[in-house]
Design a protein around this ligand. Structure first.
Ligand code: FES
Length: 177
């Protein structure tokens, strides 16, 4: 990838962080597309392989833990380009599965294509950086930074926003390797 493309990618990631409200969450995460790593105030996010592009089908969710064991996330190929999407088609996104209201599980609703909480039915839009479109959730879902290598392997490299129930995304548990 050319340096100008890398810089553009870096700018896109920074705008994702803004959209996801990271400053408000106080998590102070910066993502560097040049180094393929994300940094938080108290450490560096691990780079963890979570899937491969060819194993994803539009609308079918893949679950994985990141950055801590037990901290579930949901990876989706939306089938169309979206802001902050990864991969050649810019269609792959991942979010924390912990609802920002009270931490219940959020899952993909196949009919609507939205991410819906099982407890009080908050609805988040995966095409709009995990924005809340129906309450009572107060904030967007934390969005994961993803990188895709030339083999199509997808890596989680950071989290934009504080995951529900944690004081620090990196220190409040055992890191996924
Ligand atoms: S815990 Fe998700 S809406 Fe209440």
């Amino acid at each position: 990838m050319k340096e100008s493309e890398l810089q553009n990618e870096d700018v896109t990631r920074r705008s994702i962080l803004k959209t996801a409200g990271i400053a408000a969450a106080g998590a102070a995460v910066l993502i560097s597309g040049l180094k393929g790593k994300a940094r938080a105030s108290n450490g560096t996010y691990p780079q963890v392989k979570v899937s491969n592009i060819k194993d994803l089908k539009p609308g079918k969710a893949v679950k994985f833990d990141y950055p801590l064991v037990g901290r579930k996330n949901i990876l989706i190929d939306l089938g169309c380009a979206v802001e902050g999407g990864a991969g050649a088609n810019k269609s792959v996104v991942a979010y924390s599965s912990f609802c920002t209201h009270l931490g219940c599980g959020v899952d993909m609703d196949k009919e609507s294509g939205m991410l819906v909480c099982e407890c009080h039915q908050s609805v988040y839009d995966p095409k709009q950086s995990g924005k809340v479109v129906e309450g009572p959730a107060p904030n967007s879902l934390p969005m994961l930074a993803l990188e895709v290598d030339k083999n199509g392997d997808i890596y989680a490299v950071g989290v934009a926003g504080l995951i529900y129930g944690l004081r620090n995304n990196l220190l409040d548990g055992e890191e996924v390797k």
